[in-house]
Design a protein around this ligand. Structure first.
Ligand code: G6P
Ligand code: MN
Length: 457
């Protein structure tokens, strides 16, 4: 677009909707936007949520924040879909069907049966998946009614199952990008460990499914050097810890430490932290407290902290009551920046490297073509372009096929409303295995999720 005086190239201002905008992740995203306001210019931000109480707090806080740090920007919050999704360029989807109360049950019901209880892995992820699919399909339909061409950046969990379900429901929609922040969080942690490289300078070769994969090789983009061995050695010597404050709670510290344990037994590739639930189940379950899970930790920690901050800012009508915002603005590589950078890569056709979920086709020729795999891609105006991975070895093929079959059966159970497929899915999950146990957990989950799931017949 040319302007009238001087013919200088003007950047197009984009309109962004955050679906699930009442979430505690919103301030981090807004900070990311403020940091990038020169290169990624935003005209309008809309926070949309179905929980009015959370939305109002976050909305009022956000308006004050943006008036102070991003003048000229129009920020509104609304539960109205037409207002939320009209004339939008990007929708960031971060909804959580059932909220933290249901996350708590996702974690506690398996744990009381002596099975891993986790938000996205095992029966917890299964339960959350059956809840998320319905709301995500509705959300995409609503968005498409008002903004057929908007990019939908989806990081609603459990991403693996949601991505499969969206692919089934909207097979021709090329503007839904399913992406998870954990690979980037891991790169940030490597970067902190090495000290001499930023995560943006890494080319991360990776394969697997979401929350179920490995970095095979990390290249230093600046000189082409392979730094994989160096990272492995550093972890073996110094252990492994998260780089970002979002992951510094006690349970995350344990999670990160398991990477060293996995590497000690098999140092072929650098494992995603989520593999602890599948490869070290005994050790992992011993660290999980059935009476106080991650949901409790988040409700007592991040949820309280963030909404209290919102209330304080609203009361004083300024964010400048402390230096929290300044601190976040001065921090490099903050969590909330990632999603903004992803949108920027698409908008400005940057072809930057990201680990993204895409349809396998022939990326990994010895895995099902229709699987949604998570691999290194370049990200630009046409979305994600995967780099070929090639055939994977028997061990990985076996693990991934089993996990993918579980994911597919979970989706099938939803669409076919099939009790049997649900039972088969849980039986196939490595965290369950026993059919009788799978049935017991399934029946307990059905009762707990009666307001959210389709009726399984
Ligand atoms: C990582 C994962 C997300 C997950 C989040 C949970 O960022 O990639 O998929 O939702 O961790 O974090 P929390 O702090 O809520 O346990
Ligand atoms: Mn994730």
């Amino acid at each position: 677009m040319k302007d009238n005086n001087g013919g200088r190239q003007e950047l197009k201002k984009v309109n962004i909707c955050i679906a699930g905008g009442g979430s505690t992740y919103t301030p981090g995203i807004l900070i990311g936007m403020i940091k990038k306001k020169e290169s990624f210019q935003i005209g309008k931000i809309i926070l949309n949520d179905n929980n009015l109480n959370r939305l109002e707090k976050m909305g009022k806080y956000s308006k004050i924040l943006m008036e102070e740090y991003y003048p000229k920007l129009d920020l509104i919050y609304t539960t109205d879909k037409a207002i939320a999704f009209t004339d939008i360029d990007f929708v960031f989807c971060q909804i959580r069907t059932g909220g933290f109360k249901m996350r708590e049950l996702d974690e506690k019901i398996p744990l009381r049966n002596n099975v891993i209880g986790q938000e996205t892995c095992g029966p917890g992820g299964f339960a959350y998946g059956l809840r998320s699919i319905k709301d995500m399909i509705k959300l995409v339909e609503d968005i498409r009614q008002y903004s057929p061409k908007a990019w939908i950046l989806n990081y609603t969990n459990p991403a693996a199952i949601v991505a499969l379900a969206l692919d089934k429901a909207f097979p021709n929609d090329k503007k839904i990008l399913n992406i998870c922040d954990q690979p980037i969080s891991l790169l940030m942690a490597y970067s902190r460990l090495l000290g001499d490289i930023e995560y943006k300078d890494m080319i991360p070769y990776y394969f697997g499914l979401n929350h179920f994969g490995w970095f095979t090789k990390i290249i230093d983009k600046r000189d082409g050097r392979d730094i994989t061995q160096k990272i492995k050695k550093m972890i073996q010597i110094n252990g492994f810890a998260p780089a970002d404050k979002e992951q510094r709670d006690p349970s995350w510290l344990v999670t990160y430490s398991t990477v060293k344990n996995m590497l000690e037994l098999d140092s072929t590739y650098l494992p995603n932290t989520y593999l602890q639930y599948y490869l070290l189940p005994q050790q992992t379950i011993a660290h999980l407290n059935p009476n106080y899970t991650r949901a409790n930790e988040v409700m007592d920690g991040r949820e309280k902290r963030v909404y209290e901050e919102c209330e304080k800012v609203i009361l004083h009508n300024t964010t400048k009551i402390n230096d929290n915002v300044e601190f976040e603005l001065n921090k490099k590589d903050a969590h909330g920046e990632m999603i903004v950078e992803i949108a920027e890569a698409i908008l400005h056709n940057q072809e930057r490297y990201y680990v993204v979920m895409v349809k396998n086709n022939n990326i990994i020729p010895n895995l099902p073509k229709e699987a949604i795999v998570e691999v290194l891609c370049t990200l630009g105006a046409n979305g994600a372009t995967p780099l070929p991975v090639g055939k994977v070895d028997t061990y990985y093929k076996g693990l991934i096929e089993q996990q993918y079959a579980y994911e597919k059966l979970t989706c099938d159970a939803y669409f076919e409303e099939s009790y049997l497929k649900a039972l088969q899915a849980l039986t196939l999950n490595r965290t369950v295995v026993d059919m009788v146990l799978a049935k017991k957990i399934l029946d307990e989950l059905i009762v707990a999720n009666k307001d959210y799931w389709p009726e399984l017949k």
